[in-house]
Design a protein around this ligand. Structure first.
Ligand code: PRP
Ligand code: URA
Length: 236
């Protein structure tokens, strides 16, 4: 076409030229919790390593899910109950109200399994969202959210918070079910997605194992760990 150079015909990459906040600008956002536990840092390095094979990667996602569950449940409410030990009656505690977890398919599955190792007595509500790699928009393809939702809290879990599109949509879907308290649990956040999620849903807590530098032009987190779904399920 007249006036169109070959360069103009190249399709633009989805994050090309889009301004991104720096890491320091989002470090202290309200309700954002970034793990600083040394065991987490150790496991994260194994997870990021491109030479970590799929079975070990999946195992590490479980272990990180368990550590994140421990951090994210620290503020849950308790109720008192009477029990008897082998020696005498005493007062103990149990978690007040039900707990739900929504793994965002498919990469959220391993993280949800790790969470269940810490709190087995939870409801699991599967939600399938797939990011269109050309537009980076998330598309819903599966929804197993129940109609009865009398939970103390629901955790949306997904390892990668990149542009934030999938997480924002997942929380919107949970809010439409009338869930009073929602938290997000992820492994790695990019500053761009973290800021978008915190701005779209300032009423939720966000727990991540690490905050990385940025998104590349394709919308992948760097340094990141690559594609969390492919690495968990061996679909390269
Ligand atoms: C990945 C990841 C998140 C999403 C993050 O999933 O697990 O769900 O991308 O990107 P965003 O913050 O830009 O929305 P993907 O859609 O690739 O699906 P998968 O889990 O099936 O691999
Ligand atoms: N999804 C992934 O699996 N990895 C990224 O870096 C971004 C989105």
């Amino acid at each position: 076409m007249l006036g169109t150079s070959k360069q103009d015909e190249q399709p633009r990459l989805p994050m090309q030229g889009i301004p991104q906040p720096k890491r320091e600008e989002v470090l202290n956002l309200p309700r954002v919790h970034i793990s600083n536990h040394p065991v987490m840092a150790h496991k994260m390095t194994l997870l990021r390593n491109k030479n970590t094979p799929t079975p070990q990667f999946y195992q590490l996602v479980h272990e990180i899910g368990a550590l994140l569950a421990y951090e994210a449940t620290a503020s849950l409410s308790l109720e008192k109950i009477s029990i008897e030990t082998p020696l005498q009656p005493t007062i103990g505690h149990r978690l007040a109200g039900g707990i739900g977890i929504t793994p965002i398919l498919r990469a959220g599955l391993g993280l949800a399994e790790g969470f269940r190792q810490v709190i087995p007595d939870i409801q699991v509500w599967h939600l399938g969202l797939k990011r269109d790699e050309r537009t980076l928009q998330a598309l819903e393809y599966y929804n197993q959210l129940p109609h009865q939702v009398d939970m103390q809290v629901v955790y949306a879990v997904d390892p990668m918070l990149a542009t934030g599109g999938s997480a924002i949509d997942a929380i919107n879907i949970l809010k439409r079910r009338g869930i009073p308290r929602i938290s997000y649990i992820g492994i790695i956040a990019a500053p761009y997605g973290l800021l978008k999620l915190a701005q779209a849903h300032p009423d939720i807590d966000i727990y991540v194992a690490a905050l990385d530098e940025s998104l590349n032009d394709l919308g992948y987190i760097v340094p990141g760990l690559g594609d969390a779904g492919d690495r968990q399920f061996g679909t390269f």
